[in-house]
Write a protein that binds this ligand. Structure first.
Ligand code: SF4
Length: 251
């Protein structure tokens, strides 16, 4: 291929990477942080239409740890609920994933709740082992995309490794099936201290549509401090990358 061919590709396709993942814009169809107005609506009908049991009332709120971002609530009650394109919805506080009407504040990683060793040790290099604990390969796919040429998470020193012995933490996807409970524990135990736990996607955060299934065993999650919740169904690479950056380094 000649240089002319390369220039032609650059001209037609533009940049092949996102120069700044902190300020990148996503298309308007993307559903990020919801905005809930104080308009009066039939709240019971709103609760009943949500397939994920993510909506509560008095006041109306959406739990992003349960929401599948299907958009049905916004489609049926546009005067009450809309979804912004704000993809920075990762947090280290589970309760911050509950968006209540009138709440337009950004969702943040609370620096006061970040364990001190995380920023001391992992601000320049973070190696992660991914555990798909009954996942459907959607969040796994987006984690993979986080390191593709477009999102290029490795430019920040954040990468996935094959062995938990080489990792600084684990990234869990899926609702944690009974069959994956032991392998998850074995993998976590193999990661040297100090180590972090990141939950990516609705299924990992709340069990999602499988929350009441007898086939899941989420006891592992009750035992340890969760360092980061990354909502989405699946989570967007920009949500994943910004969450990990906010967790591991100062702004
Ligand atoms: S977008 Fe979320 S809150 Fe709204 S109906 Fe779908 S799952 Fe429920």
């Amino acid at each position: 291929m000649t240089m002319f061919d390369n220039l032609k590709i650059l001209y037609h396709q533009g940049k092949q990477f996102i120069p700044d993942v902190r300020t990148a814009k996503v298309p308007g169809i993307f559903r990020g942080r919801p905005v809930i107005t104080s308009k009066s609506i039939d709240e019971q009908a709103l609760v009943e239409l949500c397939p994920a049991n993510a909506i509560s009332v008095r006041p109306v709120s959406i739990d992003l740890g349960r929401c599948t971002f299907c958009g049905e609530c916004a489609r049926c009650f546009p005067e009450k609920i809309s979804f912004s394109t704000d993809y920075k919805i990762s947090t280290n506080e589970r309760e911050r994933l509950i968006i209540t009407e009138g709440d337009t504040n950004p969702i943040i990683v609370n620096p006061a709740a970040v364990r001190s060793e995380i920023r001391q040790l992992f601000s320049k290099s973070l190696k992660l082992r991914q555990v798909s604990a009954g996942g459907d390969n959607s969040c796994e796919w987006e984690l993979n995309a986080s390191n593709n040429v477009q999102f290029d998470m490795s430019r920040f020193g954040i990468e996935f490794v094959a062995s938990p012995r080489h990792a600084d933490g684990i990234v869990i996807t899926g609702p944690v099936t009974g069959n994956m409970a032991d392998p998850l524990q074995i993998c976590y135990d193999a990661v040297p201290d100090p180590k972090i736990i990141v939950l990516v996607g609705t299924d990992a955060i709340s069990g999602g549509g499988f929350a009441d299934s007898p086939a899941i065993d989420r006891s592992f999650l009750d035992k340890y401090y969760i360092d980061l919740f990354v909502p989405g169904n699946p989570a967007h690479p920009l949500t994943i990358i910004n969450g990990l950056l906010d967790l591991t380094r100062e702004k």
